[in-house]
Design a protein around this ligand. Sequence first.
Ligand code: HEC
Ligand code: HEC
Length: 401
Amino acid sequence: MLDTLVRHTNMVRLSIGAVLVTLAVGCTGLIDGGNTSGTPEERAAKDAWINKALPRLVESCTACHSGQQANIDFLTGAGDMEIRDRIITYTPGVVNFDAPQSSRLVTKGPHNGPSFTVEQASDILDWLNAEKAAIPDPGDTGPTLITAKFSPQFCTSGDPGTATCPINTVDLAPLGVVGAKITFVAQALSSGLYLNNLSVEGATDGIYIELPLFTSYLESGTVVVDNIDRFFSVKMNLMANVKEQIAGGTAAFVGFGAGLNDKLEIRFKAVKAYQPDTGSGSGSGGGGGGGCKQLALFKTTAAGPLVANCASCHAGGANANAKSAMNIDGAGAADDATALLACNQVRTRINFIDTNLSGFFVAPNPGDPTNHMFKFGGNQANFNDFKAAVDPWVQAEKTSP
Ligand code: HEC
Ligand code: HEC
């Protein structure tokens, strides 16, 4: 079921590409006739391409992406606008005007080539947003799918919901669904921002969300876009008064502001009331999607250290909060069916982009200032041993088809 969902999302991704092809053909004719033709938005898009995006691509990316290798030649072209036409029509898609921040171009990050610097990424995004604005409005002006910017309150100690550990609530009513909200606890990491208890819930209308994207607006004026498309597969469809975690309920955002005056914003591809026609009524938290694929390895490597260090709170009946955050009942079971449930649970906390940022590594790490109840008694070496024991399974899940 989850597998199908993920594959379905990939198809959605492709079909977004296909839509872009059509739009692009429609646009180019208008834009090409010199800088005085086209709508003001189209002229702004052209200007942003030539003066912002293209120079950035030329300085860091064309060396490898303009014809050297056939399947990645999205920057090939005789002139400035020819390159633009190619990049926006390229398949598999590297730009996504529906959600510019999730464009492959922006999210690719370090690979054989470099990742964009923050300044470069912001120029690229300016262009993508300008192109997005230039796409003719199909007529129905839907609700704005961007929350207001807000300053999260930080948890410094204690349990969520207490005075020192407030639960942040993002009201989705302004986006069209009364009573729906996203809630989370925010903590400052040395490397950025850590969210846990990240959930979505609806009221009587339920809630449907697709592809939440987080952006951080630092007090300094810098804008940091979540540069990994971690929630790309997130599509959640919840019936009335149901609350469910998003992608395992934890997310570490490297580079995000975690100061009192830094702000957050969440944008969505879709926010609607519960959609009865799409079936089951349960949601998918997504985030790498799918159940445990390496059960045998889980049982021989990860299960032992999880049971030894974590089961006292995360299994059985000792700590309801711990269990609702991550339930590893049966992790040590010999029979596959029982162990699989625990394996599935832990797997939803894997951060497949950077496995070091997986919830079960961040929460108990004495080196990360989270308020998690158990930090190996402050003993970094013991945590490192735990991580080293669990990691082979994590890496195997990551590379499993
Ligand atoms: C030194 C060569 C080199 C440079 C420079 C380079 N790339 Fe790449 N890029 C590659 C190779 C090789 C691949 C194919 C393998 C892969 O996907 O990692 C690739 C693939 C990609 C893909 C498509 C694959 C996907 O994941 O969808 C994107 C997007 C991309 N690069 C973006 C960039 C951007 C943006 C820059 C500039 C900031 C850049 N690259 C600079 C070598 C390079
Ligand atoms: C002493 C009890 C206790 C132990 C032992 C414990 N936890 Fe937790 N854990 C909790 C509680 C309580 C929560 C829920 C906190 C909340 O709701 O904010 C939690 C939450 C979590 C979460 C959710 C994310 C987060 O930051 O809240 C993860 C992941 C997690 N624990 C992993 C682990 C791992 C891995 C171990 C073993 C190495 C472990 N825990 C051991 C009590 C414990």
